[in-house]
Design a protein around this ligand. Structure first.
Ligand code: PBG
Length: 358
C-alpha cells in the first residue's frame, strides 16, 4: 500500500491522494493510451476554431498584400483586401480578428488613431460590411501611430503637453489615458465590438469604460492586455507594425518579465476597473501567470501567442528541425491547458484548418 498523503479518510473510507491499489506494478496509466479512440475519450483539452483570434495588419494604399518577412504567411493588407479576408476567416469558424493599423503619417500625438477616417476605423467598416458576424477587436495603443514609436504622449520640451516637473522621455500617463478613451469611442463608432487597450497605461480600462459609456457605447466590451511584459518576443511585430520605439524601450510602462505578484496586481486592477476580458501576453513563456489568473478570476482569459513565438516555430520548421503543424498545435493546446479560453495567434487560419482536418 502506498500512502502519499496523511491517512485522514473521507466518507467512503479512501484517503485523498492515497493510492487504493495494492502495488505499483499493477498501476497502468498506459491502458488509456492504447489506441487513438481511447486517447480521444480521455483527452482533457481540445482545440476548436472558436478558440482563435487572428491579428490583422492594415495599411494605407490599394490592392496590396505586403508580406512580413519575419512572419511567414502574414501580410500587411490594404483596406480593399479585407472583405475577402474577413469572409475566409469567418468561413473557417474563427470568431474574431484583432486589428493593428499602420497609418500613412505618424505624429507626436498619434492622431490617426482617433481620426474617424483613420486606418483602423476604415478597416473596421470594411470588415463589418463584408462579414457582420465576425467580431472585430481593436488593439488600442498609440505605438503604431506616434512618430517616436511609444505607446502614448511623451514628455518632450517644446510640446504642448510638456510638464517640466516630470522626467523627459516619460510617457505621460493621464493625458495618454484621455486620448485612449477618445480613440476608443471613435473605433466603437466605426463598429468595433471590443476595445483591447495594450499600452499598460495606469487606469486605461476605467478611462476607456467612461469614454465609451459617455458616448453611448455601453455595449462595447473591453479586453484588457492586463499582463503585458516588456518582451523581446515582440521583435517581428515591430517590423510588421512599423512601430519600434525611436529611443529607449517600453520598460517604463510594460511589465518586468520577472514579476509574478505584480502581474496579479495588474490583473486585479483591470478587473476592478471594469475589464470584460483579460489578456496575458506573451503566451508560452508566461503560462504560470495564465494559470495563476485562471485560479483567481472568473472573467474569460485570453493569451497572446506573439510574433516572436510564431517566428521561432516557423524558423525552426524551415530548417527542418521541428514539425510546424505538430509544434504549433502543441503550443496552442498548452496555452489552453494552462487556462486560456481564447488565443490570439497568427496560426489562427492554419490551426483552424488543422483541427478541422483532425
Ligand atoms: C502594442 C502591441 C504590441 C504587440 C501587440 N500590441 C507591440 C509592443 O508592445 O511592442 C505585439 C504583438 C506581437 O508581437 O505579436 N500596440
Amino acid at each position: 500500500m502506498i500512502v502519499t498523503d496523511s491517512p485522514k479518510v473521507n466518507g467512503n473510507g479512501i484517503a485523498p491522494n492515497m493510492s487504493v491499489a495494492a502495488s505499483p506494478a499493477v498501476l497502468r496509466p498506459r491502458r488509456l493510451r492504447l489506441n487513438p479512440t481511447l486517447r480521444r475519450m480521455v483527452r482533457e483539452t481540445t482545440l476548436t476554431p472558436a478558440d482563435f483570434i487572428l491579428p490583422l495588419f492594415v495599411r494605407y494604399g490599394r490592392v496590396q498584400r505586403a508580406p512580413i518577412s519575419s512572419m511567414p504567411g502574414q501580410f500587411q493588407l490594404t483596406v480593399d483586401q479585407l472583405a475577402a479576408e474577413a469572409c475566409e476567416i469567418a468561413d473557417l469558424g474563427i470568431p474574431a480578428v484583432i486589428l493593428f493599423g499602420i497609418p500613412a503619417e505618424k505624429d507626436a500625438a498619434g492622431s490617426d488613431n482617433y481620426n474617424p477616417d483613420g486606418i483602423v476605423p476604415q478597416a473596421i467598416r470594411a470588415i463589418k460590411d463584408a462579414a457582420p458576424e465576425l467580431i472585430v477587436i481593436s488593439d488600442m495603443c498609440f505605438c503604431e501611430y506616434t512618430d517616436h514609436g511609444h505607446c502614448g504622449l511623451i514628455n518632450r520640451p517644446g510640446e504642448a503637453h510638456y510638464h517640466a516637473h516630470l522626467p523627459e522621455g516619460y510617457l505621460l500617463n493621464d493625458p495618454t489615458r484621455d486620448l485612449l478613451a477618445r480613440a476608443s469611442a471613435v473605433h466603437a463608432q466605426a463598429g468595433a465590438d471590443i476595445i483591447a487597450p495594450s499600452g499598460m497605461v495606469d487606469g486605461m480600462v476605467a478611462a476607456i469604460r467612461a469614454g465609451l459609456d459617455g458616448e453611448g457605447f455601453e455595449h462595447v466590451s473591453i479586453m484588457s492586455y492586463a499582463v503585458k511584459s516588456a518582451s523581446g518576443f515582440y521583435g517581428p511585430f515591430r517590423e510588421a507594425a512599423e512601430s519600434p520605439p525611436a529611443f529607449g524601450d517600453r520598460s517604463q510602462y510594460q511589465m518586468d518579465p520577472a514579476n509574478r505578484r505584480e502581474a496579479l496586481k495588474e490583473a486585479a486592477l483591470d478587473v476592478a476597473e471594469g475589464a470584460d476580458l483579460l489578456i496575458v501576453k506573451p503566451a508560452l513563456p508566461y503560462l504560470d501567470i495564465l494559470a495563476a489568473l485562471r485560479e483567481r478570476h472568473r472573467l474569460p482569459l485570453a493569451a497572446y501567442q506573439v510574433s516572436g513565438e510564431y517566428a521561432m516555430l516557423h524558423a525552426a520548421a524551415a530548417n527542418g528541425w521541428i514539425d510546424l503543424r505538430r509544434c504549433a498545435l502543441e503550443s496552442l493546446i498548452s496555452i489552453k491547458r494552462a487556462g486560456a479560453d481564447m488565443i490570439l495567434t497568427y496560426f489562427a487560419k492554419d490551426a483552424a484548418r488543422w483541427v478541422l482536418e483532425g
